[in-house]
Design a protein around this ligand. Structure first.
Ligand code: PLP
Length: 402
């Protein structure tokens, strides 16, 4: 491969980072300056086709026009007021989310981790005082704050920062029997990603989510779906649970909720909502006017442009382009796809595929070391799908030779 680990970005940006920014991320030596649709440009003028825009946040592509316009207009009228007041837009946003999901009510915050913190508190507040345990799943990912990371059953995220918050019990994803065995009189809720994202685009086995629903009903637990990555149109349905016909009691959202603007939400039913009683939870910036304007514009764009249907058509196209690679290449073991959540599992370490695609001006992600993960925008053109998949296929073919 062409060696391009050398810095391509300006010296000035590189030195600002090395001097002043805590190096807690592994960053590529590329500085992004502009984005439009599924393209981004770096400060050297290179253009990239982005199959992982905004780490899943930019489901409408970069700078979607209606979101840009809504945010610009809102910013000139009112940027922030705290939740001691009402704003019509927060109410309208909650109404839209309710109408597109299970008809409940919303609590707004700013990120996925925060939405899950709200869900954890709600579960403990809603159930009897002795019930405090939250059941979560191996390979899951719920965020980095202490509650959320304790809920995340992946030892690599716990190393050196323990002890974890107590009360989280882990079960194997997909195994109903093992899950049932972990439930006791202290269990309050089950928290699960209906499709595991960071865990490698893992789809639930047939009947698993319904089985969790039944277990929750039988034992009086809340069934809570973390749809931070899978929700808001990503799977070709408004929410991932709608693919499986299993409705949760609580759902958490963030990532693409506001078309790339910061925002998070927890939805729950009208019956459960009052358990998050006044004084027990808050987020200063939650549901602020900018996020609300962006969130409403995002939902309207998906609806008015028929983007759920488009996501399904794009999904089919990705499937057609990528599934032959499983037969063709011995080191490509499986394609897992639901809407625009796409995972291509390799039988070998795939970390270097990211750089090799970047050298060909395609941005992708690898998770869990061996799963090529694509979370592309629902506004991609057919040609862009073909172009990007051809690059990925080339890289994977060359990979075999190495
Ligand atoms: C990204 C992610 C989170 C964490 O969201 P942040 O906004 O980074 O806090 C939680 N759950 C899932 C499923 C995610 O993909």
């Amino acid at each position: 491969m062409t060696a391009t680990a050398t810095a391509k970005m300006s010296e000035q940006t590189a030195s600002l980072f090395s001097n002043y920014v805590i190096p807690n991320y592994t960053r590529f030596p590329v500085a992004i300056t502009r984005g439009e649709g599924s393209y981004v440009w770096d400060d050297q003028g290179n253009r990239y086709l982005d199959f992982f825009p905004g780490w899943g946040c930019n489901l409408l592509g970069h700078c979607p026009p209606r979101v840009v316009e809504a945010v610009q207009k809102q910013a000139s009228e009112l940027i922030h007021v705290p939740n001691t007041w009402h704003t019509e837009s927060q109410g309208q946003w909650a109404k839209l989310l309710s109408e597109h999901s299970f008809g409940g009510q919303a609590f707004f915050c700013n990120s996925g981790a925060e939405a899950n913190e709200a869900a954890i508190k709600l579960a403990r507040l809603h159930t009897a005082p002795e019930r405090y345990k939250i059941l979560t799943f191996e390979g899951g990912f719920h965020g980095r704050t202490f509650g959320a990371v304790s809920a995340t059953a992946q030892p690599k995220y716990h190393e050196g920062i323990g002890p974890m918050a107590p009360g989280f019990v882990y079960a194997p994803f997909g195994d109903l029997e093992a899950t049932a065995a972990k439930i006791d009189d202290e269990t309050a809720a089950i928290l699960v990603e209906p499709i595991q994202g960071e865990g490698g685009i893992r789809l639930p086995p047939e009947g698993f989510l319904q089985g969790l629903r039944d277990l929750a009903d039988k034992h009086g637990l809340l069934l809570m779906f973390d749809e931070v990555q899978a929700g808001c149109g990503r799977t070709g349905e408004w929410f991932a649970y709608q693919n499986f016909g299993v409705t949760p009691d609580v759902m958490t959202l963030a990532k693409s909720l506001c078309g790339g603007v910061t925002g998070g939400a927890m939805l729950t039913t009208r019956e459960i909502a009052p358990s998050l009683r006044p004084g027990m939870h808050a987020a200063t910036f939650g549901g602020n006017p900018l996020a609300a304007a962006a969130g409403i514009a995002t939902l309207e764009t998906i609806e008015q442009d028929g983007l759920l249907e488009r996501a399904k058509a794009l999904s089919k196209r990705f499937q057609d382009r990528l599934s032959p690679l499983v037969d063709e290449l011995p080191h490509v073991s499986e394609l897992r796809i639901c809407g625009l959540m796409i995972g291509l599992e390799l039988a070998v370490d795939a970390t270097s595929v990211v750089q090799q695609c970047m050298d060909r001006q395609l941005l992708i992600n690898v998770t869990q070391g061996n799963v090529v993960r694509l979370l592309p925008a629902m506004t991609l053109s057919d040609e862009q799908v073909d172009e990007g998949c051809a690059i990925l296929a080339d890289v994977l073919r060359a990979f075999e030779v190495n």
